[in-house]
Write a protein that binds this ligand. Structure first.
Ligand code: SF4
Length: 263
């Protein structure tokens, strides 16, 4: 695991959401909440996969296309060029750096064939209406490489419950990674789990109990395997949106509290 610093959480972000003119039309999609409210509490790590791939700005628009029985490809819309390999090569070139960037979360641009997290339009090479079943090629590579990383789209962050859940997961991920990047002991893990009891219970009581059993068995398990499993199951539990009835606001970090007050 890469070392975790004690600074503001580092958050990956689709560059256009910060107001940078990197879109196909040389425009941007500046998101006021991200820039003005979330931004001062975090350190952004922007990345535009289409610029990285050398497509240029401005550039021809692209979309996802599924060939009959074949894989999904990234095609330019007018000239019908398959630019999948170019995009994937650029993403692979940067993925190690992204994985080592000590990120605590990622905000992706919705609907993009490169950055969209879900429900991205996929066209058929035989024509007909598009289906909203796709995921951007970069988003897919990111979420495969870093499955525990909290990831959201800026569109979903306009929903107060999803926004609060994302903020909570970002700071929780920073805490759990800080724990496991230290010289942690079994006692440290017990203390961490105990400190997050109410948080976990608000999301998933069954997950809290399962993690408790894992911690209890911890001394007999391989340390690295235990850390990987605890981190994965901890983050999966927090991804379950807490119900208002069960939610408990337990001693949040001041920055987390500040952000929660904006939801
Ligand atoms: S959505 Fe992604 S690929 Fe498109 S301009 Fe924004 S950062 Fe670049």
């Amino acid at each position: 695991m890469s070392p975790v610093t004690d600074s503001r959480p580092r958050i990956g972000v689709s560059t256009c959401l910060l107001g940078e003119p990197v879109r196909w039309d040389a425009g941007h999609k500046r998101d006021p909440y991200l820039v003005d409210v979330f931004g001062p509490q975090v350190e952004w790590v922007p990345f535009c996969p289409e610029v990285e791939a050398g497509f240029g700005t401005p550039r021809e628009t692209m979309h996802l296309v599924r060939a009959a029985g074949g894989p999904i490809t990234l095609m330019t819309t007018k000239t019908q060029r398959d630019v999948t390999r170019q995009l994937r090569t650029a993403v692979q070139r940067r993925m190690d750096a992204i994985a080592e960037a000590d990120l605590s979360g990622y905000v992706l641009k919705k609907d993009s064939p490169s950055c969209g997290m879900a429900r991205v339009k996929v066209y058929s090479d035989r024509g007909g209406p598009a289906e909203r079943t796709g995921r951007g090629l970069f988003a897919d590579a990111l979420m495969t490489r870093l499955p525990n990383l909290p990831v959201e789209e800026e569109g979903r962050l306009s929903d107060p419950r999803l926004r609060e859940n994302f903020v909570e997961r970002v700071f929780a991920f920073q805490r759990v990674r800080r724990l496991f990047s230290s010289r942690w002991t079994q006692g440290d893990l017990v203390a961490f789990h105990t400190a997050h009891k109410l948080t976990l219970m608000a999301h998933s009581p069954s997950a809290y109990r399962a993690l408790g059993r894992l911690v209890a068995e911890g001394a007999s398990l391989d340390r690295r395997a235990l850390a990987l499993r605890y981190e994965a199951e901890f983050m999966q539990a927090l991804a379950v949106v807490a119900t208002p009835k069960r939610h408990a606001n337990v001693d949040p970090h001041p920055r987390e509290l500040s952000l929660r007050n904006h939801v």
